[in-house]
Write a protein of this length. Sequence first.
Length: 81
Amino acid sequence: MTIDDEEAAGAATLMDTLPDRHRTVLRLRLAHRLPAVEVARILGTNVEAVLLLQHAALNLLRRQLAAGAVVDGDNPANGRY
């Protein structure tokens, strides 16, 4: 399975709706594939906080998708569901 440009843009748009700290944790953990301990060091926090932020961020994204957020480049923050 591949992600086309439109899906990638939609995913990036959804990520942009997250609070800064949540978005940062997801990008470091998922895009950069850094271990939680390294993300904690970068952010000046502990591993537990990183894992909680990651969990919360993924739950926020899941809720947006379940609510019908569009991932085709439309910005769900603009109220387009």
